[in-house]
Design a protein around this ligand. Structure first.
Ligand code: EPU
Length: 441
C-alpha cells in the first residue's frame, strides 16, 4: 500500500491554491442530511478520507450517498434501516457519535459506540452525553460492549449549559433540538464559523435555529426538506497550512476563496511576523515572504482566537523565524506529536513549563492535576532543515511534517499519508502546483 510521501524539499513554493470545502462542515452536513425527508444535495464536499469513511458508515446503515460530480454529493436517509452503528466502521471516524441525532430522529432509539480515545488527547464526550440527558433523552452506557443506548421517551426540550464549550457538542445538541415539540436552548456554546454554516444549511431547509449571544435557541421543526443544493464553506485550516508553508519557504501563494471573518485572528498574527498579507479581492489573499520572519508567540483558543488546528502549521513558520517563539496549546492535550518528528529534521524545539494560575479554567479539556501535561513548546529559529524519515500520528501534525519536509534540503520520507489525507484534498497535486517535489510511494 502506498502510504508515504517522498519529498524533495528546500525550494521556495510559489503559485495559487484553490481551497477545498471544510472537512468540519462536510462531516456534519452529511450526518444532518440523514434527518431530512428525501434527497439532499451538498456541493463543495472534499473527497478526503474522513468523508469517504463517513459515507461508508452511513451506507452500512442503509442510507444512500453518491458523488455525482467531483465534489457534489447526493444523500438520501429515507432508506436508513439500522439504528446500530457498527463498531468497526464507527471507530474509523470520531464524529460517528453525532449519528445519535439522525438515528434517534428516525428510530426513536439507537446504539452508538463510544468514540473512545484519540491521538490528540482523551477527547471524552462527557459534556455531550450530559447534554443529551438534560434535554430528556434516556442514555445508558454498557462498558462491556462499549456502546451507548439512547432512547427518546419524550420529545427533547429545555435548557442545557455547557460547562466548557464543545464544537461538535454544540452541533449535536442543536440537531437533537430539531426534534423538540417545544423549544431547546443550548448555552455557553462554541462559536466556530463551521457551526454557523451548519445552521445556515439546516435553516434553509426548514429548521428554526436562532443564535443569540453565546446561546442557540431551537424551535419546533415540522420537517426538514431541501429546497436547493447547499454549498459548504471553504476550509480555513487548509489556508493556514499553505500560507505558512509558502512564507516559510521564501515563496508566495495566492489563496481563494475565503471570507475574512473566518481567518481574522490568523491574518492579524501573520502580519506581526513581517510577512506580506495582501487582500487581492473580497475572497482572495496573497501571502508572501518579505525577508526576515519575526518570531510571534501564540496561545490557542476557540473562535475568534487562534485555532488549535493551526498551531502545528505555526510551528513550521516559527522554525524559520529569527528568534524564539512560544506555542501554548489550550484546547486539546497531546497536540504536539509533531515535535519529536520535526526535531529529526534539525529544528530546535523544546517543551517548556506552562505557567498557568488556574489550569482547570484555562484549559478547555477536563484538567486533571495528577497528569503531567505538556502544553507549551519553545521554538528557537531559524533552523536550516535537513532530510529525515518522519511518521505522522495525527491529521494536523501530518500537515506540519509534510511541510517540514518541503522546507528541508534533500529527500525525506513521510509515513502515514492516509492520516494527512483524512483532511486535505489533493494534497500532492496542490503542493506540486506550487512547485513542490512530492510523490506518493
Ligand atoms: N471535551 C470534553 N468533553 C466533551 C467535549 C469536549 O472533555 O464532552 C474537550 C475536548 O477533549 C477538547 C475540548 O473539550 O479538549 C474542546 O473540544 P471540542 O468538543 O470543542 O472539539 P471537537 O468538537 O472534538 C472540533 C473539530 C476539531 C477542532 C475543534 C476545535 C470536528 C470534527 N472536529 O473538535 O478539528 O480542533 O473542534 O475547533 O469538527 C481537526 O480538524 O483536525 C480537528 C481536530
Amino acid at each position: 500500500m502506498t502510504d508515504s510521501y517522498l519529498i524533495s524539499g528546500g525550494h521556495p513554493l510559489k503559485g495559487e491554491v484553490v481551497l477545498s470545502g471544510a472537512k468540519n462542515v462536510a462531516l456534519k452536513t452529511i450526518i444532518g442530511a440523514l434527518m431530512f425527508k428525501g434527497e439532499v444535495t451538498l456541493k463543495n464536499i472534499p473527497r478526503i478520507n474522513d468523508v469517504l469513511d463517513l459515507i461508508e458508515l452511513i451506507r452500512s446503515l442503509g442510507a444512500t450517498a453518491e458523488f455525482i460530480q467531483k465534489n457534489t454529493l447526493i444523500i438520501n436517509g429515507d432508506s436508513l434501516k439500522s439504528n446500530r452503528v457498527d463498531l468497526v466502521n464507527g471507530s474509523k471516524i470520531r464524529v460517528s457519535f453525532m449519528l445519535f441525532a439522525p438515528l434517534l430522529h428516525r428510530f426513536g432509539e439507537c446504539f452508538v459506540p463510544n468514540p473512545g480515545g484519540c491521538r490528540i488527547g482523551a477527547r471524552p464526550i462527557d459534556r455531550i452525553i450530559k447534554g443529551l440527558i438534560t434535554l430528556g433523552i434516556k442514555v445508558a452506557y454498557n462498558s462491556e460492549t462499549g456502546y451507548y443506548h439512547a432512547k427518546i421517551i419524550n420529545k427533547p426540550k429545555g435548557n442545557y449549559k455547557f460547562e466548557k464549550p464543545s464544537h461538535t457538542g454544540t452541533e449535536l445538541l442543536m440537531m437533537i433540538g430539531l426534534m423538540t415539540g417545544d423549544k431547546v436552548v443550548i448555552e455557553n456554546i462554541a462559536n466556530e464559523p463551521e457551526i454557523d454554516d451548519l445552521i445556515l444549511y439546516l435553516n434553509s431547509s426548514g429548521a428554526r435555529i436562532v443564535e443569540e449571544e453565546n446561546k442557540i435557541i431551537i424551535g419546533q421543526t415540522s420537517e426538514l426538506k431541501q429546497k436547493e443544493a447547499f454549498t459548504i464553506m471553504s476550509d480555513r485550516n487548509e489556508l493556514v497550512t499553505y500560507a505558512t508553508l509558502a512564507v516559510a519557504s521564501k515563496g508566495e501563494v495566492i489563496i481563494s476563496p475565503i471570507n475574512e471573518n473566518l481567518i481574522g485572528s490568523f491574518l492579524e498574527i501573520m502580519k506581526k511576523t513581517g510577512a506580506g498579507v495582501e487582500v487581492i479581492s473580497n475572497f482572495k489573499y496573497r501571502f508572501f515572504n518579505k525577508g526576515e520572519i519575526k518570531p510571534v508567540d501564540i496561545e490557542t483558543s476557540p473562535h475568534p482566537g487562534f485555532m488549535t488546528d493551526w498551531q502545528p502549521s505555526w510551528a513550521i513558520l516559527m522554525i524559520k523565524a529569527n528568534g524564539q517563539s512560544v506555542i501554548h496549546e489550550r484546547v486539546f492535550e497531546n497536540r504536539f506529536s509533531y515535535v519529536d518528528e520535526l526535531k529529526k529534521l534539525g529544528s530546535n524545539i523544546k517543551f517548556i513549563e506552562s505557567k498557568v494560575e488556574n489550569p482547570s479554567d484555562f484549559y478547555h479539556f477536563n484538567y486533571d492535576k495528577n497528569n503531567a501535561y505538556q502544553q507549551t513548546i519553545k521554538i528557537i529559529g531559524p533552523s536550516q532543515l535537513h532530510n529525515a524519515i518522519l511518521n505522522i500520528a495525527d491529521l494536523r501534525a501530518g500537515a506540519a511534517l509534510a511541510c517540514g519536509a518541503l522546507l528541508a534540503e534533500g529527500e525525506s520520507v513521510v509515513n502515514g499519508a492516509s492520516i494527512l489525507e483524512r483532511g486535505y484534498e489533493d494534497f500532492v497535486e496542490k503542493v506540486k502546483k506550487l512547485g513542490g517535489e512530492i510523490r506518493k510511494i
